[in-house]
Ligand binder design. Sequence first.
Ligand SMILES: Nc1ncnc2c1ncn2[C@@H]1O[C@H](COP(=O)(O)OP(=O)(O)O)[C@@H](O)[C@H]1O
Ligand SMILES: CC(=O)OP(=O)(O)O
Ligand SMILES: [Mg+2]
Length: 400
Amino acid sequence: MSHVLVVNSGSSSIKYRLLDMSSRKPRAHGAVLRIGEEGADLSHSTGEGEPFTRPGPFPDHESGLRAVLDAFAEAGPDLEGVELAAVGHRVVHGGASHSRPVEIDDGVVETIAAFAPLAPLHNPANVEGVQVARRMLPGVPHVAVFDTAFHQSLPEHAYTYAVPRSWRSEHGVRRYGFHGTSCSYVSRRAAEMLHTDPARTNLIILHLGNGASATAVEGGRSVDTSMGMTPLEGLVMGTRSGDLDPSIVGYLRRNAGLEPDGVETALNRESGMLALAGDNDMREVWRRADAGEHGAQLALDVYVHRLRKYIGAYVALLGRVDALAFTGGVGENDARMRERALAGLGHLGLAVDPERNAVPRQEERELSPEGAAVAVLVVPTEEELEIADQVLRVTQGSGS
Ligand SMILES: Nc1ncnc2c1ncn2[C@@H]1O[C@H](COP(=O)(O)OP(=O)(O)O)[C@@H](O)[C@H]1O
Ligand SMILES: CC(=O)OP(=O)(O)O
Ligand SMILES: [Mg+2]
């Protein structure tokens, strides 16, 4: 049975996974990190023995991907030997034109490039990765799977911003939502864990990673999500501000002499936990807070405060919530954050059992106390597996 290579190209990284779709298990995975920077390196694991590593320099995605193909040739599995059915690419912004995965042609590449201004941390790298991979692996279909796709179900009242008509009609100003591949996977797994029909299951999904988002899922469909036209809106993130008064942007341009690009860069790359705590890695933020640093303590308070506002909003919006699912690097690992997120929300049926919450295991599990009204779950996200499943549906012709 066939294999799918899933590629997730970031601005300075290429993460990848080769999945055997008969066992649904990875045959190899790895990452090229710090592309274009000093200290670039590649690590490639097959699950047997030590990972295969190679130091850079990798000045660009082309050299990075070449190193990945070399790693497969040297450390296996041989890509020529496995039946490679397709390459699946994570693409963050697909706009309104892509509600499903599509086989990539030049037109699709143009669309992804056209949305680069709306996902400045992601789409430019996605385009780069797609183009390089198509050149280097020309014999197989390449399929784009969009983070925005799952949120195409948002009702008009949830995706509409209250702004002038021409902004909406001529400039596509609306909420798109992101982390959809993760939400699609997590909502299916959550329903399986609850033994409920996904089409009747209501969920709040908190994807807390480097980027972070909250999503309300009603009957298996996204009905609201915290990220907006770009992945900047909503929760406080590693380096992104999340929600803020849009007047701040104009104010800073007039009063601090900042250029529009400068403001946007600051809000995307120099804000969030990095700005408040001095670090965007949540483990380091906790370390600093525990050591008594006020900035880190405040950063955690701000992060938690925003998260709780969205939880409350989505409880109100859904009415009945069957489960709240934590996922992403923070959601899956950070017991203290989960505890603080739900502290005192027993009247909403939301609580974690301290012992269940404290188990340091990164596996699917239920954290809520016996008999709780709402199941609180940890569902480690499997974006690559979800992408590979969706890719096969496209290449096998059954759509998605
Ligand atoms: N044990 C942990 N406790 C707290 N945060 C953690 C832990 N492990 C990982 N994280 C955080 O997860 C984040 C990365 O999440 P991840 O979902 O892998 O991000 P990405 O958006 O890059 O896919 C980092 O901020 C990291 O600090
Ligand atoms: C869309 C997005 O924010 O993705 P990530 O969390 O991977 O940065
Ligand atoms: Mg992620």
